[in-house]
Design a protein around this ligand. Structure first.
Ligand code: SF4
Length: 368
């Protein structure tokens, strides 16, 4: 087992690929893998395909050839996050509770706030990240399986390894996510398996979590979480209104973006920040009273998860291509909003009944 240093400086992180190979060959283990949105546009170039090309189908097929039992899309978890986070924001808005609400899907940001601004922890959404929401749903779904369920997450960064190992995401001493594998580690595993990735025929993800929305897929780029939440809140659900949303200031790879939308007769002020230095500056401006926002999305990596430290290294042009790859996937998706995803609706009326708080929310213990 080898170790690498986490680029966030948070911890020394483990490479669990050897353990994963062991579990794949263990007939008593059922290995289920979820793939984060950013991975599909970050991996192709390593195998001679175009930078930013969406190769989700090939990743699914490669994992199946490696012997994985089921493959799913973390965008399903992102759809859950959209509904829960939009609900949390609306409840705060309607009750006149203290805002802004900060997003919680980036574990490097959550840890930064814990260490530097513990007084802000009460303003961070209680929503688990898409990876953790989906992992707890998967563990619950396979609870009565006669095989040991091993949940694996392929993620764009090492910070997700730290998140998966947090005490808050253990149940009876067992992690919701057994192994987090970075995009680069998946590249290594595909090579170890001798798979010619560029020649693999794409396959679809498995049922019963086979449908995802475009809103869930754009989580991988800065502004994507916000755009997905605004789609949920928007009164006008027409296609033209959706297109107009793209021009409100939420898109683009700038480190700090501002947008505002009209909701229930009031202006909702939004900030979207990527890069922890930008987040730090913005928080100082809020504390000094210079800036006021209702909703703030923070991603630690400049540009969002497409440029995560576990992704193959790229440059500015590459980030643009990866971002375009995710927006293309959204444009081609017949389901644009998280609430229209039939999988999500089935979960709320089934598996999640009476368990929404337990499976989808978290109380971070290191509060001020
Ligand atoms: Fe990981 Fe970076 Fe995405 Fe945060 S923004 S979840 S650190 S890849």
């Amino acid at each position: 087992q080898c170790a690498a240093v986490c680029p966030t400086g948070a911890i020394v992180v483990r490479d669990d690929t050897a353990k994963l190979w062991q579990d794949i060959s263990d007939k008593d283990a059922k290995v289920v893998v979820q793939i984060a949105p950013a991975v599909r546009v970050g991996i192709g170039k390593e195998f001679g395909l175009a930078e930013g090309e969406n190769v989700m189908g090939r990743i699914v097929a490669a994992l199946k050839r490696m012997g994985v039992d089921e493959v799913f899309d973390t965008s399903t978890g992102a759809d859950l996050t959209v509904l829960e986070e939009a609900g949390e924001f609306l409840a705060k808005l309607q009750k006149g509770e203290k805002l802004p609400l900060f997003t919680s899907c980036c574990p490097a940001w959550v840890q930064f706030a814990e260490n530097n601004y513990p007084e802000l922890m009460a303003n961070i959404s209680t929503c688990r990240s898409p990876m953790q929401m989906f992992a707890s749903v998967l563990k619950e779904h396979y609870r009565h399986s006669n095989r040991r369920t091993v949940v694996v997450a392929v993620m764009p960064c090492t910070a997700k390894k730290f998140e998966g190992a947090r005490d808050e995401f253990m149940e009876n001493g067992v992690r919701n996510v057994d192994y987090v594998i970075t995009t680069q580690e998946l590249v290594k595993m595909i090579r170890e398996a001798g798979i010619v990735f560029s020649e693999v025929e794409p396959e679809s993800v498995d049922m019963p979590f086979g449908a995802v929305s475009g809103a869930g897929v754009i989580f991988g780029v800065t502004g994507g979480v916000t755009e997905a939440v605004i789609r949920r809140l928007a009164d006008d659900k027409s296609v033209s209104a959706l297109r107009a949303l793209a021009f409100t200031g939420v898109r683009g790879l700038h480190g700090v973006k501002e947008a505002s939308i009209e909701y229930a007769g009031r202006e909702v002020r939004i900030a979207i920040v990527s890069g922890l230095k930008n987040a730090d500056n913005l928080i100082r401006q809020i504390k000094s009273g210079e800036k006021h926002y209702d909703f703030i999305e923070v991603m630690a990596c400049p540009g969002g998860c497409i440029a995560g430290a576990g992704q193959p290294v790229t440059n500015e042009e590459g980030r643009k291509r990866r971002s375009a790859g995710l927006y293309d996937a959204d444009r081609m998706s017949s389901i644009k909003r998280s609430e229209e995803n039939p999988v999500i609706m089935a979960l709320y009326s089934g598996l999640l009944k009476g368990k929404v708080h337990k499976l989808l929310h978290v109380e971070y213990r290191r509060k001020a």
